[in-house]
Design a protein around this ligand. Structure first.
Ligand code: FES
Length: 158
């Protein structure tokens, strides 16, 4: 379970940034670098620091896909949505994974243990269909081996 940082801690973290200097993105980056995502109280803290509004800071964070608004899972499964993976049965692999996990895209299992996200082809198509588990390729999947993989990942966290 992720514990959100306190306001004081966030204030100290972004204290170096100044209004009207294009510091919104650097402040968001710094917060994400420290916590792995942008915790909710950070919008208010950054807004005060930069003499802006939480809505504007939130807008910047949601506009760019680099920023996460939720804590990352302990183990992230990224399903490749690329053409080679799809042609070679990627959809059936995805169905098996989602069924085994009991969650959809951008959701996490209990306690943020496992998360499922869409990944983009990274050129390792010779191992299609595939997923990345915390960035590491698990390829040549079948629906059965994908189920087995998920069971293995679930068991690893018990
Ligand atoms: S299409 Fe999936 S790795 Fe290239």
């Amino acid at each position: 379970m992720t514990v959100e940082p306190g306001v004081e801690e966030l204030r100290e973290l972004v204290a170096e940034f100044q209004p009207n200097r294009g510091h919104v993105m650097p402040a968001l980056h710094k917060v994400q670098e420290k916590y792995g995502f942008i915790p909710r109280p950070a919008f208010e803290v950054i807004a005060r620091q930069l003499n802006s509004t939480p809505a504007l800071i939130f807008g910047a964070a949601t506009f760019y896909s680099d920023y996460r608004l939720h804590a990352p899972p302990e183990t992230e499964i990224a399903w490749c949505c690329g053409p080679a993976c799809r042609v070679l049965g990627g959809q059936r692999v995805l169905d098996a994974i989602q069924d085994e996990l009991g969650i959809g895209f951008d959701e996490h299992t209990e306690g943020d243990r496992l998360g499922l996200h869409v990944g983009q082809c990274n050129g390792t198509c010779h191992e299609a269909p595939q997923v990345w588990v915390n960035g590491k390729v698990r390829g040549n999947l079948t629906p059965e081996s994908a189920r087995e993989l998920v069971r293995e990942l679930k068991a690893a966290g018990e």
